[in-house]
Design a protein around this ligand. Structure first.
Ligand SMILES: Cc1ncc(C[n+]2csc(CCOP(=O)(O)OP(=O)(O)O)c2C)c(N)n1
Length: 556
């Protein structure tokens, strides 16, 4: 059964199984590690293992699998499953279990694993322990094949799926380990000819929706994270004469897009930039100012996602479309806006970016903003960004093209090291940017088998700096202890413990040089940047002041 299961996973497109150690899962672990097409990686901590697989699947778009023994082990998968559910990431969860007769009777390391992850998974099935009297090959293969297809979006959105697989004794592949007599499984376990999956996955992606554009003369495309044709968006924008505002996670920075919206919108939407219609593709967090802009559209606020997610956090959408975003817009485009409309937005982009750069140039101490800006010049392949301030600074200061990955489905600070390692397992020159708490939260992620090339820049402000930007900081009692949680830990010691390359840098220039040097060298590295929370606060204020003056100039 284990051999049929892992072979069918591979035929469905799974290319990695992340394994955590255990006895009940032994047959699957051995079968996966012996399969010629499957990569296996061993990660001790199941919470980290699941994020490792998640990062890999986010980077490749292929499903990745995780495998654990029974008991609390698979329960540790839950946070990554939540993120996979929200971010539509194909994650195949395999948990080993006792046969039915040993469930609910106090057998060791046995919990109720049926529908362990509830509604968060797209598909669940319990596969009973194999015997040798029935030919179950078709049943195993069709079940696994369906699970992978469901992870890829068959019949629903892509996301996590869960197979609970029971195994009796012996859990290793011998006929008789002295405890139980079993005979060799007598039936063939072949898959379909030519390596095909058992079931052809027929994943239906919706076509265009009917859309009537009311306010075409001043429209905006806001490009977020999701499945759509980036080149097509630029063409649609050209046809309509609309600007594209590209979030960092769209991967479209560096094109002729507006990226400085966070700064342009410092005091609301400047009069001459107020849109009639906004066409918002995918998930566009985290900027609240961008939501203010969406809210300001006087005619239509259209949200579109190919998988039909409702992303409408202020409940102000006039349409939520489950449709192919580019074709929908192209079909609706009947007239072109006057060229002054795009020009006004692009002029704002240029002058504000200049004001922001001048402000950052003057900073005497390192801040999240200036460090992130310096990473624009580093030649990274993929940028993996932690929640909290890193994603906000990247959204505000990233201007170059490139694949950007972040766990923004559920915006957790957990699983970050592992997500980055999973990305690094498949993408050359992976650079990550983390807060110190995100790093510490998943330092167990480094207890993984392979030394992938990963450089992680850690903005170390000794706790959670994000809270300084919230009203909590002024009003909550015991603010430091309850919210910031300063830990006083020395990150260099962590690096030493995990045998990571380490350096501390204190300027954007040093951050650039160290990142470049260590990406070139290969291996795992932490680059620590000590940051005073006060300096970040002052920088946000001076960036807002500079943006205000620049806005007032082009409004005058
Ligand atoms: C799993 C999880 N626990 C708690 C939170 C709440 N939270 C949001 S930001 C943050 C602080 C993060 O600190 P750090 O990673 O150092 O980044 P910084 O805020 O300093 O940028 C916390 C605890 C969360 N998002 N996810």
């Amino acid at each position: 059964m284990a051999r049929a299961v892992v072979d069918e996973l591979s035929r469905g497109g799974v290319d990695l199984v992340v394994i955590s150690p255990g006895s009940r899962s032994a047959a699957l672990a051995i079968a996966a590690s012996e399969h010629p097409q499957l990569e296996t990686r061993v990660v001790l901590d199941e919470r980290s293992a699941a994020f490792h697989a998640l990062g890999r699947a986010k980077a490749t778009g292929f499903p990745a699998a995780v495998l654990s023994t029974s008991g609390t082990a698979p329960a540790n998968y839950f946070p990554a499953i939540v993120e996979a559910d929200m971010s539509l990431t194909p994650l195949v969860v395999l948990s080993a279990d006792r046969p039915v007769e040993l469930r609910g009777v106090g057998a060791n390391q046995t919990i109720d694993q049926i529908r362990l992850f509830g509604e968060k998974v797209r598909f669940f099935t319990d596969v009973e322990a194999p015997g040798s009297d029935a030919n179950l090959n078709e049943s195993w293969r069709s079940t696994v094949s369906e699970a992978v297809a469901r992870a890829l979006g068959q019949g629903d959105r892509p996301g996590p799926v869960h197979l609970n697989l029971a195994f009796g004794e012996p859990t290793v592949p011998v006929a008789d380990d002295g405890r139980t007599l079993v005979s060799e499984y007598p039936f063939a376990i072949d898959g379909r000819a030519a390596g095909a999956p058992w079931i052809d996955p027929a994943i239906r992606v919706p076509g265009p929706a009917d859309l009537h554009l009311v306010g075409s003369s001043r429209g905006l495309i806001i490009a977020g994270e999701g499945d759509y044709d980036r080149g097509g968006v630029m063409k649609a924008a050209e046809t309509l004469g609309w600007p594209v505002l590209a979030t960092a996670l769209s991967g479209m920075r560096g094109e002729s897009v507006v990226s400085a919206y966070h700064h342009v919108l410092v005091d609301g939407v400047p009069e001459h930039l107020i849109p009639e219609t906004v066409y918002v593709i995918g998930a566009v967090g985290p900027s609240q100012r961008l939501e203010d802009l969406i809210e300001s559209a006087v005619e239509q606020r259209i949200r579109v996602d190919v998988w039909g997610r409702r992303i409408d956090p202020r409940n102000n959408a006039t349409a939520v479309l489950h449709a192919e975003p580019v074709a929908t817009l192209m079909r609706a485009a009947t007239s072109k806006a006057a060229s002054g409309w795009v020009d006004a937005w692009m002029a704002a982009e240029m002058s504000i970016r200049q004001a922001v750069n001048q402000t950052l140039d003057k900073l005497a101490v390192p801040t999240g903003a200036s460090i992130v800006r310096s990473l624009n010049d580093v030649s990274w392949g993929t940028l993996v960004v932690a929640s909290s301030l890193p994603i906000r600074e990247v959204d505000a200061h990233l201007i170059r093209r490139g694949h950007v990955i972040a766990n923004r489905g559920a915006s957790g600070i957990d699983g970050f090291v592992s997500t980055a390692l999973g990305v690094a397992s498949t993408t050359p020159r992976t650079l990550a940017i983390s807060g110190d708490l995100s790093l510490l939260h998943d330092s167990n992620g480094f207890l993984s088998e392979f030394v992938d090339d990963l450089v992680m820049v850690v903005l170390d402000n000794n706790g959670g700096g994000l809270f300084d930007a919230l009203p909590l900081s002024a009003h909550a009692p015991s603010y430091e202890r309850l919210f910031v949680t300063p830990h006083g830990r020395d990150i260099e010691q962590l690096a030493r413990f995990h045998d990571l390359g380490f350096t501390t840098v204190r300027t954007p220039q040093e951050a650039y040089a160290a990142s470049t040097e260590r990406l070139d060298a290969g291996g795992r590295h932490l680059i620590r940047v000590p940051i005073e929370r006060e300096a970040d606060l002052e920088t946000w204020e001076s960036l807002d002041d500079a943006s205000r003056s620049a806005v007032s100039l082009f409004q005058a």
